[in-house]
Design a protein around this ligand. Structure first.
Ligand code: KG4
Ligand code: ZN
Length: 329
């Protein structure tokens, strides 16, 4: 069965073709560069960019997969949550395709799709229940996954999302946008304990706004004394990266003990972080397995949307009507 996936919830326009759970193509055009000078995603620019790119991305996905449009059996699209203008472009595009091809349509929750990402090309690993961990620019959440239509939120950030804090700190340190990859590249493990930063954590809930403020104040303190140089910057940012990642790792390990589950499916842009990937793998000695998507499927992509759409349609007999609507929250 061929599934076409469409993802437009934020600044990535993405289309993917899957044959069952195997990814044949996953083509993405990001409007990231257009947002750079504003230090974050500008919704109107993202919407216009989706309109401009979506045809091209679909054609690219079909030709890479070597599949013609009339062979598509199912159209899956992210319908929530996300930027409303961006979601509307994808949802309407998907509805038009479903109607003209006379093929079923399924609306997919973007967050649940992130949790599905580790099972792409790997569906045999799918054994319920397990824990879900999403760490992205918009979310930092822990879930109990009884099935993909029975997902319960166990804990979340009480303020900023983890990726958002990487981005805001990078902006304050004049490192550009997005901040996560830059801070990751500057990270030096030898300096990870130079400063004693701490994230807030109460059970499975996290808080990142305090550490963000601490990083900004520390920079100002060093600047006042004329001591803010590259070396100090690397020490501050390495200590920040380690502290924020350790908070996530300790929260998910607490969830594993509390709910007696041995598998965690992970997803979201911050899963590209080298220190997070390393710490999760090291933590497997505590009797838990972390299923981490390959780098191409950590950030927003249509393959995870198609994969979850295929699963819900095939196993759970779910589909959406043409009244499907985009929902921001
Ligand atoms: O999942 P995603 O593509 O979009 C959302 O749904 O939010 O995640 C984007 C976020 C950004 O905040 C970006 O800075 C962060 O993921 N990110 C990273 C890394 N690569 C991307 N954060 C830390 N380390 C990285 N290597
Ligand atoms: Zn996302």
């Amino acid at each position: 069965m061929y599934t076409l996936g469409i993802e437009t919830s934020c600044d990535e326009t993405s289309c993917a073709i899957l044959k069952d759970c195997t990814v044949l193509s996953n083509v993405t055009i990001s409007s990231l560069k257009e947002h750079r000078k504003y230090g974050g995603v500008v919704p109107e620019i993202a919407t216009r960019a989706h309109l401009k790119s979506i045809d091209k991305v679909l054609m690219g996905a079909l030709s890479t997969a070597g599949v013609s449009l009339d062979r598509i059996d199912l159209v899956a699209v992210t319908c929530k949550p996300g930027l409303i203008g961006s979601l509307v472009v994808g949802v309407n595009f998907a509805k038009a395709l479903s109607l003209s091809l006379k093929k079923p349509l399924i609306g997919v929750n973007h967050l649940h799709a992130h949790i599905f990402a580790p099972f792409l090309n790997n569906e045999e690993k799918l054994k319920f229940p397990f824990l879900g961990l999403i760490v992205s620019g918009g979310h930092s959440e822990i879930y109990y996954v009884k099935d993909f239509d029975k997902i319960k939120l166990l804990g979340q950030t009480q303020d900023d999302a983890c990726g958002e804090v990487f981005d805001k700190i990078a902006k304050a340190y004049s490192l550009g946008y997005p901040g996560g990859p830059v801070i990751d590249r500057l990270f030096d493990a030898r300096h990870k304990d130079c400063f004693k930063f701490k994230c807030g954590r109460k059970g499975l809930n996290l808080s990142f706004s305090g550490i963000k403020t601490a990083l900004i104040y520390k920079k100002m303190e060093f600047e006042k004394k004329n001591l803010f140089d590259r070396n100090v910057k690397i020490k501050l940012l390495s200590s920040f990266q380690a502290a924020s990642i350790e908070a996530i790792v300790s929260a998910i390990l607490e969830a594993k003990t509390k709910y007696k589950l041995k598998v965690v499916a992970c997803g979201g842009g911050v899963l590209a972080n080298s220190y997070l990937r390393k710490r999760l793998k090291e933590s497997e000695s505590r009797g838990v397995r972390f299923l981490i998507p390959s780098i191409g499927y950590t950030a927003d992509n249509a393959a995870m949307v198609a994969g979850l759409g295929f699963y819900l349609y095939n196993k759970k007999k779910q589909k959406s009507s043409l009244r499907l609507e985009a929902q921001a929250n």
